[in-house]
Design a protein around this ligand. Structure first.
Ligand code: KG4
Ligand code: ZN
Length: 339
């Protein structure tokens, strides 16, 4: 089954062609970072307008790169939510029109549920072990910090999530207040390599036993207070130290809760996805934990960790196979609650 995936939930317009929920024939992502950078965050109205401009060329490019035409497509999967409603509606309207005109089955995908499906993806000719069920998924990105338990391709439950900012948002907001630009996660990662993670004792909230939720807004405030107390913009070693200590607090919370979730569920496979999965300290600590706890760790290739449409096509394929086909009334669901 060859599925066209479409993703427009936030600030990336993406399309991908995936075979049998696993082999990526093409994956095209048009980023809007340059449009939003000067505002220090995503501006919803600008995002929607850019999606309108990019959706047709991006789908066209995905078909061309895969070496297929619409005649080869068996079904369409589109992100239904959560996300910015104006952005979601562009992908949805396009997918519904194409499905109607070409008489192709359509399925609506939960963006967060689709992130861990990136762990099933391989490029053409690549061989890679896929995670086995049950697995715990830790999704850490600009938009989400969520722990899910997967017992089947389309069978999941929520174990925990952030009560305020996402981990990526914390990285971006702290980067902004340290004067490091947007998005700033990767910059903090590189400065932290030269810094002392024990230079400051930043808070690790919600570490009550068994609590699988996250909270990062207090940490952001603690960094702000430390910057103000230092009496001016931080530079050099002081900047590296604060970056390292902040990063250590985020990574500690993520790894601790991830391991608790594994113990609570008895799962032996852990999938980590989302843009923050690129963080080098996080990856090192995860690898260490996997070794000592005898867990199998799956972190998708960075290009499938950040927002993309291949993961949407992968989950969409499983949904179609399970008979989850949508009609023309398929609508955007901006929040989790709708699902
Ligand atoms: O998955 P993604 O594209 O987010 C959403 O669109 O939801 O990931 C982007 C996020 C940003 O917050 C960015 O700062 C963060 O991932 N990020 C990192 C690193 N690379 C990207 N955070 C920490 N360390 C990194 N190396
Ligand atoms: Zn995402």
């Amino acid at each position: 089954m060859v599925v066209l995936g479409i993703e427009s939930s936030c600030d990336d317009t993406a399309a991908a062609i995936v075979e049998n929920g696993r082999v990526v024939l093409s994956s095209v992502v048009s980023s809007q970072d340059n449009i939003h950078a000067r505002y220090g965050g995503v501006v919803p109205e600008l995002a929607s307008r850019r999606h309108i401009e990019m959706i047709v060329p991006v789908v066209d490019e995905a078909l061309k790169k895969a070496g297929v035409t619409l005649d080869n497509i068996d079904a369409i999967a589109v992100t239904q939510g959560p996300g910015l409603v104006g952005s979601l509606l562009i992908g949805l309207s396009f997918a519904k029109s194409l499905s109607y005109v070409r008489n192709l089955p359509l399925t609506g995908v939960n963006h967060i549920e689709s992130h861990p499906h990136a762990a099933f993806l391989v490029d053409k000719g690549e061989e890679k072990e896929a995670p086995s069920f049950p697995f715990v998924a830790l999704i850490v990105s600009g938009g989400h910090t969520t722990l899910l338990l997967f017992e089947g391709y389309t069978k999941y439950s929520i174990l925990g999530q952030t009560l305020d900012d996402s981990a990526g948002e914390a990285f971006d907001k702290v980067a902004k207040l340290l004067g490091l630009g947007y998005p700033g996660g990767a910059v903090i990662d590189s400065l932290a390599k030269e810094g002392d993670p024990l230079s400051r004792a930043f808070p690790r909230p919600l570490l009550g036993k068994g609590n699988l939720d996250f909270s990062f807004s207090g940490l952001k405030t603690a960094v702000l207070t430390a910057v103000k107390a230092s009496g001016g913009p931080l530079t050099g070693q002081a900047l590296n130290d604060i970056a390292a200590s902040f990063q250590e607090a985020v990574v500690d919370s993520l790894v601790t809760k991830g391991l608790w979730a594994m113990r609570a569920t008895g799962a032996k496979n852990l999938v980590v996805a989302g843009g923050v999965a690129s963080n080098s300290r996080f990856r090192a600590k995860l690898a260490e934990a996997a070794e000592t706890e005898a867990l199998r760790l799956f972190i998708p290739h960075p290009k499938y960790c950040t927002d993309n449409a291949a993961m949407v096509a992968a989950l969409g394929t499983r949904q179609i196979q399970a008979g989850l086909v949508a009609g023309p009334d398929l609508n955007a669901l901006p929040t989790w609650e709708g699902f």
